[in-house]
Design a protein around this ligand. Sequence first.
Ligand SMILES: Nc1nc2c(ncn2[C@@H]2O[C@H](COP(=O)(O)OP(=O)(O)OP(=O)(O)O)[C@@H](O)[C@H]2O)c(=O)[nH]1
Ligand SMILES: [Mg+2]
Length: 517
Amino acid sequence: MPPQGVITPDLSRTLARLSFETNRQLGLLINRRGEIERVIVGDHRSILIPELTPTRGHSSRLRGLRCVHTHLKGEPLTEDDLMDLVFLRLDLMVVLEVDEHGGARRLLGAHLLPENVNGKGWLLLDPLSAHEPKLDFLQLVQSLESEFARKQALVEVKGNQDRAILVSVTSGPRAEAEASMEELTELARSSGIAVAERIIQRQQRVHPKYLMGRGKLSELVLRALQSGVDLLIFDQDLNPSQMRSITDFTELRIIDRTQLILDIFAQRAKSREGKIQVEMAQLKYMLPRLVVKDDALSRLTGGIGSRGPGETKLEINRRRVRDRIARLEKQLLQIRKQRGQRRGLRLRTGLPVISIVGYTNAGKSTLLNTLTHSRVQVEDRLFATLDPASRRLRFPRDQEAIITDTVGFIRDLPSDLMEAFGATLEELRHAGLLLHVIDVSNPMFEEQMLAVEEILAKLDLHLIPMLRVFNKVDLVQDRKYVENLRKRNQAITISALNGDNLHSLVKAMEERLGIKD
Ligand SMILES: Nc1nc2c(ncn2[C@@H]2O[C@H](COP(=O)(O)OP(=O)(O)OP(=O)(O)O)[C@@H](O)[C@H]2O)c(=O)[nH]1
Ligand SMILES: [Mg+2]
């Protein structure tokens, strides 16, 4: 391709003259082939770039359009010009100065930077003469794009793993936001997402529409571009209109913590019932977030990557979602009717039932395995277990019991999911004893413990006798501290991994179940 200037001198002259005679700013959007895609007419002080067709799937690239527009009063690039540069991911934003006789004077340009310099994500170019603009535009964009690509490649990803920026916007204390961000990172990891960056934005008041101001939002869009990310995950739950506004404004895929949790469940559910429950929870969460506008719609229904509830994207609509929910409800009812005819574990076996409950990743499955010498899947990720497993447990004096593992709990469990799993947790109702496993090596373990007990109360399970089991003590250095905690919480300290102190646990279980010699 021949070298291409930002705009030809002839076109500059024509644009300047027209702009002068109409006393309005005029703008052109020019693509990389040098074709004019749009002409924009403003007033004497500003122009408004109309909404552009979204570049689906390419939000982590420059748009391939440059904007050249006139300024009539010799003003330099304005704040709004720079915002447009960022939000629209333009190749270049250029101001053409019109002189007092309607002639074309200079071109003032700015482009985005792959890395902030002095806290700024853009660079102002040296002014060019409109009559002889010595700048090979295509070469500039090409080198810019390869710089962006080089920088984006620094984010570590495996295969075609999704990458995301995690965002927390809060008016609460920093420590709380950080701990919550830590958990969000674990959730992202469990969902198979590479975390490019974590941003905590603390402000006195959370903006009702965009959570944060336009300036902050533009920084976020720029960071996304710089790290090649087109997915933002918010630690705060977004209401339907916030989700819509932020999606429209940033052209990025937006999900919140609840959706992330739902996504993990969707990936991990194995049983037919589990899959139906998760799909229902996803659809119910999505329903009020469906909007009429097709594009935002497709982004919302897409879930993370393409792991949504599995409908083709564009034609999905509310009615179909409702139909689907109704159909799933029927299926679920049927499954449960069948299961209802099977009797509860205790009745089936005549043995006492012990259920292991606790925060996700606390070590529930590990404990089940250690106690029963079995091999239920154990993983260092959140929500490793979705479908409950049960095993026989033989006590020293030949007494037997059934011990069951359950899905892990989490703080602010999405209510649709809670409802969905209510039935699965139904089995818990027949338990004679709950073992509440708590990971004491986690700095947030007290909050986690309370969150779990709150959920148990909501499920009306708080009247079942419960033993608190402080797990992972092998990871805690300060034994004295643990000993104090144990006493204060009337708990038993163990290591499910290496079997430390299991005999005390077994003894306590026997006592609680009334198994004695
Ligand atoms: N150091 C140490 N690690 C443990 C202990 N118990 C469990 N773990 C580890 O903690 C991680 C989670 O264990 P799981 O047994 O899968 O936890 P879970 O509670 O079943 O988790 P979900 O099913 O995801 O809710 C694994 O990496 C285990 O190896 C322990 O006593 N000490
Ligand atoms: Mg488990």
